[in-house]
Structures are given as structure tokens and as C-alpha cells.
Design a protein around this ligand. Structure first.
Ligand code: ZN
Length: 93
């Protein structure tokens, strides 16, 4: 079977939106961990699925703790496999 390499461009988010997740949020707030843009961009760049731990890695320790507890309580918390560190992507970097 012929293998066809698939590639595509990810269009940049609209003006005023976060360039990491394409949502509108403050730099110190989490990226939108439910954003298809965020997941697609992350996977293209880092070759692994994005997790909530990645989406909040640039937040303060206090904010990370609150969000992680909240999401874990809803059964939604995700993090990289053991031994893989979350990737912090501040908006301004
Ligand atoms: Zn974002």
C-alpha cells in the first residue's frame, strides 16, 4: 500500500486570541485545554498529545493547584505519562 505523507498548515488564530490555544484569555490564565487548535498545534510541535498539565504549566503554582483539583474532581484531569514533564508555553514567549 502506498504511503502518502499528510501534512497541513495550521492557520494562526484571529487577532486578539491566544496564539497558543486560539482562545481569549489573560497571559497568566490557562490555555484552553479543550481547544482543537491547542491540541493540534501541540501535537504537531511536540509529537505527543497535549494534556491539562501542559495547558496550565505556565500558570502560578497556586492557580495550577486550584485548576488541577477542580478538574480532577470532575474526572477531567490529564497529564503526560510518568517521566514526561508538562510543557509550559507562556503567551509571550
Ligand atoms: Zn492560550
Amino acid at each position: 500500500m502506498e504511503v502518502v505523507e499528510k501534512s497541513f498548515m495550521l492557520l494562526p488564530p484571529a487577532d486578539g486570541k491566544c496564539r497558543i490555544c486560539a482562545a481569549e484569555h489573560k497571559p497568566e490564565s490557562p490555555h484552553d485545554g479543550t481547544s482543537l487548535f491547542y491540541h493540534t498545534r501541540f501535537n504537531m510541535r511536540y509529537k505527543r498529545p497535549a494534556t491539562w498539565a501542559d495547558a496550565i504549566a505556565h500558570c502560578s503554582p497556586e492557580m495550577r493547584a486550584v485548576i488541577a483539583t477542580f478538574l480532577a474532581g470532575k474526572g477531567l484531569w490529564t497529564e503526560p505519562p510518568a517521566g514526561v514533564k508538562p510543557i509550559s508555553e507562556p503567551i509571550d514567549s
